[in-house]
Design a protein around this ligand. Structure first.
Ligand code: HEC
Length: 136
């Protein structure tokens, strides 16, 4: 899996992690990626059943551990309902067996609260938007 990831995807993932830590991270000269628009956690915004602190912890975990094989693109575009995320994460656990159960369930709650049929798909810079998933 890791071999299939291009250097550019790796670079984007790394910059997203930086961006999540509050550092400025230009994806390219033209595009600035604002992590708070795609992975919002600010108090007062709709973050499902999570507090701001829980949301931030899950965001860091997803950015750090779910971008090893693919970009954030398929994740933030998924728009699954609550049951859909639970079912998906149960099968996807085989891809990430080392994530602790409580962290993993926080990720699931985060995904349910952000990428669902009620919320519009977040706008991504074109070079991120174009990325898909590795072959199964
Ligand atoms: C070891 C590699 C690997 C890791 C780590 C990984 N994925 Fe994936 N992911 C894949 C592959 C391969 C696919 C293509 C579909 C499949 O085979 O499951 C995929 C597809 C997806 C999709 C699109 C498929 C769909 O039904 O919507 C989503 C969403 C997704 N992954 C989310 C995640 C999340 C969330 C995490 C972190 C918990 C994660 N992935 C970690 C390998 C990985």
């Amino acid at each position: 899996m890791i071999k299939t990831m291009t250097a550019r995807v790796a670079a984007v993932a790394g910059m997203l992690a930086l961006s999540a830590m509050g550092m400025s991270a230009p994806v390219s000269a033209q595009e600035e990626f604002d992590v708070n628009k795609v992975f919002w956690c600010d108090a007062g915004t709709k973050t499902g059943e999570q507090t701001e602190a829980e949301c931030i912890a899950s965001r860091e975990a997803i950015l750090g551990q779910c971008t090893v094989c693919h970009a954030i693109t398929p994740i933030v575009k998924a728009q699954k309902d609550k049951k859909g995320w639970v079912a998906f994460m149960q099968t996807h656990k085989t891809r990430t067996p080392d994530i602790a159960d409580d962290v993993y369930s926080g990720m699931t709650t985060f995904l349910q609260g952000h990428y669902n049929p009620q919320n519009p798909v977040p706008k991504l810079p074109p070079e991120l938007d174009a990325l898909g998933v590795p072959p199964a």
